[in-house]
Design a protein around this ligand. Structure first.
Ligand SMILES: *Cc1c(COP(=O)(O)O)cnc(C)c1O
Length: 421
C-alpha cells in the first residue's frame, strides 16, 4: 500500500504520513518541527510535472530551491537527491547547499548585500551564476580581477506590484531589490568588457506568497523584453508561488508553466526558477503543547510552549496559520480561544478568537503549514533553546535537528577579564 503523504486526520488523531503526532511529541518533546519528506517530494513532483507538460525535455527550468525557506540539512538533502539546484542568499546557505550534495553548477547566489568574502567564496566554487544586485556590487566583483570565468546574472526590478503582504514584496521600483532595465543594459556591456566576467543573463523575484498570475505575467514580459535585447543565455524567473494557508485560491501550476512557455521559452535561454515556500511550506508543522489555559474577562488564552522565537511569521508578517488540535479531531468546535506563545512581547500571538474544541493544559496543537520560513527564522530570544526538528517518511521518522540545550545557548559567550578587575 502506498503510504499517506503529509498531514491528515486518522481515527480522530492528526497524523504525519503514517505516524501519530501525539506519539512523536512524546518521543521527541515539544516544541517540535515535523517535516513530511513524502509531501515535499509530492510538491517537487507537482511543479516538475507542470513544467514537463508545458516544455520539451532540455527546455525545462532548473528548479533551484530557495534555501532560506528551510535550511535544514535533511531537507536540502532531499532537494539534492531529487535533482534540484539551490538559490542561496549568503555564504552560509551556499555552504549548506554544497554540504547537502547540491552541485555548485546548480547553485545561484542572490541577495542584496553580498560581502567580498561571500563573493570570493562563490567565485572559488565556480557556482552556476551570481545574481548581481547593483552597480556597486559589480564594481567590487570587477575589483577582484577573477582569474577564472565568473557567470553573472543581473537582477531586474520589473516594477510590478506582487499584490502580496508589503513585507514580502520585492518587485516594485522603490524596493531595495534589483535594478531598472536601463541600468542593467549599461552594466551588462561594462561587465562584458572585463576579462573573465561573463554577463550571461537576468534574474528577478517579485515577492512571496503570490496567489495571482498577473504579477508573474507582467514581470516575465519585462524579463523577456530585456532578455531579448541583451541576448541572454539564462533567464532566472524567481520564486514566489503561494500555498494555501487559509483556503486561498492558488495559482494554477499549468497556467503558470504556460506563461513560462509563452513568454520566456521563445528566447531559447536556459531557464532557472527559485521556489521556496511552495516546495516546503505545507510539508511542515510546528507541534506544541499547551502550558496553561489562562482565563481572562475575554476569551480564555491558550499559552503554548512554542513562541514567536520558534515561528516568527505571525509577529513579522501578520501571517495566520491554522491551529489544529492533535487529538479529538472529531470533537465539536464549541470554544473560542486566543492562542499565544510564552515570549514576553505582546506580538507573541498566534491567533485571536479561534474556534476550537475544548482544550486543556498538556494537550497538543499543531501550527499548520510552517515548513517554510519557520525553523529557518527561529531565534533564541528570551533565551529559549531552538526547537528540535524531525522528518517523517511513511512510517519512518528521525531527528534532523537536535533540540538545543540551555548550555548551548550560553556556551559561546565570554566575559572579558578587565570587566571585574
Ligand atoms: C526568498 C527568495 C525566493 C523564494 O521565495 P518563495 O516565495 O519562498 O518562493 C526566491 N528568490 C529569491 C531571490 C529570494 O530572495
Amino acid at each position: 500500500m502506498k503510504h499517506a503523504e503529509g498531514f491528515h486526520d486518522r481515527e480522530g488523531i492528526l497524523y504525519a504520513d503514517d505516524l501519530n503526532l501525539a506519539d512523536l511529541a512524546w518521543e521527541y518533546g515539544t516544541p517540535l518541527y515535523v517535516y513530511s519528506a513524502s509531501r515535499i517530494r509530492q510538491k517537487i513532483g507537482m511543479l516538475s510535472d507542470a513544467f514537463a507538460s508545458a516544455l520539451p525535455p532540455g527546455r525545462r527550468p532548473l528548479i533551484a530551491f530557495a534555501t532560506k525557506a528551510n535550511t535544514n540539512k535533511a531537507v536540502l538533502n532531499l532537494m539534492a537527491s531529487s535533482g534540484l539546484g539551490a538559490d542561496v542568499v549568503s555564504g552560509g546557505e551556499m555552504l549548506r547547499a554544497m554540504a547537502a550534495g547540491i552541485p555548485a553548477e546548480k547553485i545561484v547566489f542572490s541577495g542584496v548585500g553580498k560581502t567580498d568574502e561571500e563573493l570570493r567564496y562563490a567565485i572559488d566554487h565556480d557556482i552556476l551564476q551570481i545574481n548581481v544586485e547593483s552597480a556597486a556590487e559589480l564594481e567590487r566583483i570587477m575589483a577582484m580581477k577573477p582569474t577564472r570565468p565568473v557567470r553573472l546574472g543581473f537582477r531586474l526590478n520589473p516594477d510590478v506590484d506582487a499584490g502580496t503582504h508589503a513585507k514580502i514584496s520585492t518587485g516594485h521600483s522603490e524596493s531595495k531589490f534589483g535594478m531598472p532595465a536601463e541600468e542593467i543594459a549599461d552594466l551588462y556591456a561594462l561587465a562584458g568588457s572585463i576579462p573573465n566576467l561573463k554577463p550571461v543573463g537576468l534574474s528577478l523575484h517579485i515577492g512571496s506568497q503570490l496567489t495571482s498570475l498577473d504579477p508573474f505575467a507582467a514581470a516575465f514580459e519585462n524579463l523577456a523584453r530585456l532578455g531579448q535585447k541583451l541576448k541572454c543565455e539564462t533567464l532566472d524567473f524567481g520564486g514566489g508561488l503561494g500555498i494555501s494557508y487559509n483556503n486561498e485560491k492558488l495559482v494554477d501550476l499549468n497556467v503558470y508553466a504556460g506563461l513560462v512557455r509563452d513568454i520566456l521559452a521563445p528566447l531559447n535561454a536556459a531557464l532557472i526558477t527559485e521556489p521556496g515556500r511552495f516546495l516546503v511550506g505545507d510539508g511542515g508543522i510546528l507541534l506544541s503543547r499547551i502550558i496553561d489555559v489562562k482565563t481572562t474577562t475575554g476569551d480564555p488564552i491558550l499559552i503554548l510552549d512554542a513562541g514567536m522565537n520558534d515561528l516568527m511569521r505571525p509577529a513579522l508578517y501578520d501571517a495566520v496559520h491554522r491551529i489544529l488540535p492533535v487529538s479529538g479531531r472529531g470533537n465539536e468546535y464549541k470554544m473560542t480561544f486566543d492562542i499565544a506563545g510564552p515570549v514576553c512581547e505582546s506580538s507573541d500571538i498566534f491567533a485571536s478568537a479561534q474556534s476550537l474544541p475544548e482544550l486543556k493544559r498538556g494537550d497538543l496543537v499543531a501550527l499548520m503549514d510552517t515548513g517554510a520560513y519557520g525553523a529557518s527564522m527561529a531565534s533564541t530570544y528570551n533565551s529559549r533553546p531552538l526547537p528540535a526538528e524531525i522528518m517523517v517518511d511513511g512510517s519512518r521518522h528521525g531527528l534532523v535537528r537536535k533540540r538545543q540545550t540551555l548550555q548551548d545557548i550560553i556556551r559561546d559567550e565570554t566575559v572579558p577579564d578587565w570587566l571585574n578587575a
